[in-house]
Ligand binder design. Structure first.
Ligand code: HEM
Length: 193
């Protein structure tokens, strides 16, 4: 429970900040939303989250590109079934490659680009965005995770001016690990607001 709940959320925050540093215009827009909805006298709290759709879209787009559990958890079929034209026998272990589903050009346009705007309206099929899995064995912590990541990321954006070290883009190479860590841990500078 501890690993499922902590590493997944912290790695998502690291990816989100990395993506924001490579897309300062998105970072600016997120800050403007926080200033307008929360103001500058206090930190974002749980009640504010429903008024921050752009921050929510940034988190969805981060989880689309870097789902913290890219292969879900192995599922064993309790009965024979037919899916997508395939007969699958009871007892088969099913692995779902969510990383590949999220980057399928049939699921969304320009799938490798970071575009939080794509979550405005119905541009992404909800059933194809499954960073928390789906059905009975989906992540029981998804609500908590969205709040934790939203509050942490929102507070970090509100409290600091984030800058890359040097002119180079943040390296977005993926490392090896269960929860897609960054190959090169994020290094950045920040100035307190
Ligand atoms: C960004 C954060 C998180 C992501 C992306 C994530 C994703 C997932 C995924 C994909 C699964 C497997 C679902 C499946 O195989 O269908 C899962 C399972 C699970 N998650 Fe999360 N999770 C996150 C945060 C959390 C948190 C905060 C908790 C609890 C505090 C949690 C607890 C669990 C548990 C207990 C399971 C196993 C459920 C089962 O086997 O029935 N997760 N998570």
């Amino acid at each position: 429970m501890l690993t499922a709940g902590t590493d997944t959320s912290s790695v998502t925050i690291e990816w989100a900040l990395s993506l924001l540093l490579n897309h300062p215009e998105v970072l600016e827009k997120a800050r403007a939303e926080l200033d307008a909805q929360v103001g500058t006298d206090r930190l974002v709290n749980e009640h504010d989250l429903s008024n921050l759709p752009y921050l929510h879209n940034i988190i969805s787009e981060t989880l689309r590109l870097y789902p913290a559990a890219p292969m879900l958890v192995p599922h064993e079929l309790s009965d024979d079934c037919k899916t997508g034209g395939y007969n699958i026998s009871r007892g088969t272990i099913l692995l779902v490659n969510v990383w590949a589903v999220h980057r399928d050009p049939n699921v969304c346009d320009d799938p490798t680009s970071f575009k939080p705007k794509r979550f405005e309206g119905l541009q992404v099929q909800a059933s194809k965005l499954i960073p928390f899995g789906m059905g009975r064995r989906s992540c029981p912590g998804s609500g908590l995770a969205q709040r934790v990541v939203g509050l942490a990321l929102g507070s970090l954006i509100q409290s600091f001016d984030w800058k890359k070290i040097g002119e180079e883009e943040i390296d977005l190479a993926e490392g090896i690990g269960v929860s897609i860590p960054k190959a090169k841990p994020l290094e950045k500078t920040c100035v307190r607001n």
